[in-house]
Design a binder for this molecule. Structure first.
Ligand SMILES: Cc1cc2nc3c(=O)[nH]c(=O)nc-3n(C[C@H](O)[C@H](O)[C@H](O)COP(=O)(O)OP(=O)(O)OC[C@H]3O[C@@H](n4cnc5c(N)ncnc54)[C@H](O)[C@@H]3O)c2cc1C
Length: 95
């Protein structure tokens, strides 16, 4: 089982690498406590895969496609705040 950066390294734009590694560790510990190994590993994947992949993709897109159409700094700030609000709403969902 590979978790953390080894499984889903992110670029730094979301500050999520360490957070996602910790979520992996907590969820893996929960699953291993509650089920036999053969069931715990797929259950872990079910709970973690989409979330880690989503955040990895958002972090890369923040790096490669900065908000476009930002005519000035105020617009850039507003666009970034909007994008981060969407990330925060996503992170508020239970793992
Ligand atoms: C400058 C910087 C700033 C960051 N800021 C943030 C932030 O603000 N928020 C956030 O959430 N994340 C942040 N991150 C990302 C975060 O640090 C990583 O995502 C996180 O540390 C990944 O944890 P990990 O346990 O998966 O891997 P690591 O922390 O890389 O741990 C892997 C460990 O395995 C060891 N190792 C490697 N090979 C072997 C081997 N063969 N045998 C034994 N041990 C081995 C390494 O020495 C290391 O100690 C930042 C990263 C950097 C570089």
């Amino acid at each position: 089982m590979v978790i953390g950066d080894a499984a889903h390294a992110v670029v730094q734009h979301l500050s999520q690498g360490g957070s996602q590694a910790l979520e992996d560790a907590v969820v893996l510990a929960e699953e291993l406590t509650e089920r036999p190994l053969a069931e715990a590993l797929p259950a872990f994947m079910n709970r973690r895969f989409d979330r880690a992949r989503h955040l990895q993709r958002v972090s890369v897109s923040e790096m490669t496609s900065p908000p476009s159409g930002a005519a000035d700094l105020e617009n850039l700030r507003a666009e970034f705040a909007q994008e981060m609000a969407a990330v925060r709403a996503y992170l508020d969902q239970p793992v």
